[in-house]
Design a protein around this ligand. Structure first.
Ligand code: SF4
Ligand code: SF4
Length: 300
């Protein structure tokens, strides 16, 4: 089991927003949803991806020397990267001293991930922290996720699973005994609006939340607040009404920001992020008050 591997982004050590205490977060690539406002477009595909960060490039052309795929072209003193030519040999990342070429996604085994996690075990103990498996959607590579969760539990490390819940219920059933807290995104209460904003209806998500609640899972709901998408009063009331029927420990409100826009450009992905300002403090406070009126424990 420990040889099982997954394609992941670089893990984050000393994370303080991904569950209780100080944590190590692993980001497993691959997501079944396509939220318009996705802050981590590099996590949507389950395959490794290469990004060209143009403002870091000094036009030294070292990358072209090692590239057998003719992906680095220099025209009129400008470096043009042809994503579609790339065969992902990953050589140009190694030679670029400016870090203008960046690979998102590497194979990491359960054993390697466990070793990384164990490096900070003292911090977990002191802070009540642990390890979070996030994504993408960690249950897209479920065999790996189950194996890593089991290995962490064997070491008595607190585990959090950050999931969109758009997964087969069986996968959540298998996660239950291995997971101390589920961090579940809830993006919109209305099924059709949910489909418009994420590509999928929310019916499976609601059923899975009901399932987790019925099975006494500890649940933290995370709501991304994206103005003009899901912050209207009707949706917030519907969200509050639905969540109040479940056994939810906390509801965390997360503010939209558009800082990830440059990642779409560097990865050559269509930028779907809404053109909107982040929610104002007044808007967040109003949304928090509405959700609290449904008896929910809201954290900003
Ligand atoms: S090696 Fe790096 S800095 Fe040099 S041209 Fe290629 S991407 Fe630009
Ligand atoms: S990863 Fe390999 S094939 Fe792709 S651009 Fe870099 S050197 Fe060329």
């Amino acid at each position: 089991m420990e040889k099982l591997s997954a394609i992941m982004l670089a893990p984050k050590r000393f994370a303080v927003h991904d569950g209780p205490g100080i944590r190590t977060t692993f980001f497993i690539k691959g997501c079944p949803l396509k939220c318009l406002w996705c802050h981590n477009p590099e996590s949507i595909s389950s395959a490794p991806q290469i990004a060209f960060i143009e403002h870091k490039c000094s036009n030294c052309a070292e990358c072209a020397e090692v590239c057998a795929a003719n992906a680095h072209i220099f025209e009129n003193g400008r470096h043009i990267f042809h994503h579609k030519n790339c065969i992902q040999c990953m050589k140009c990342e190694n030679v670029c001293s400016n870090k203008a070429m960046k690979i998102y996604g590497r194979k990491i085994s359960v054993c390697e991930a466990l070793q990384i996690a164990l490096e900070d075990i003292d911090f977990y103990k002191e802070s009540g922290g642990g390890v979070t498996l996030s994504g993408g959607e960690p249950l897209t590579q479920s065999e790996f996720t189950f194996a890593l969760l089991a290995a962490l539990k064997e070491k008595s490390i607190h585990t959090a699973l950050d999931t969109c819940c758009f997964v087969q219920q069986e996968k959540l059933r298998q996660s239950l005994p291995l997971t101390d807290i589920f961090l579940v995104d809830f993006k919109h209460a209305n099924p059709e609006m949910h489909r418009k904003l994420t590509g999928q209806s929310n019916e499976i998500i609601k059923q899975n939340l009901q399932f987790l609640s019925d099975n006494n899972a500890k649940i933290e709901i995370r709501i991304p607040l994206v103005p003009n998408c899901n912050t209207d009063n009707v949706n917030i009331h519907e969200t509050g009404k639905f969540l109040s029927t479940l056994n939810i420990e906390t509801v965390k409100l997360l503010s939209y920001h558009s800082m990830a826009r440059s990642k779409y450009v560097s990865l050559n992905m269509p930028d779907t992020m809404p053109i909107t300002a982040p929610p104002s403090n007044e808007m967040i406070a109003e949304i928090s008050d509405i959700l609290k009126s449904y008896g929910l424990n809201v954290k900003i």
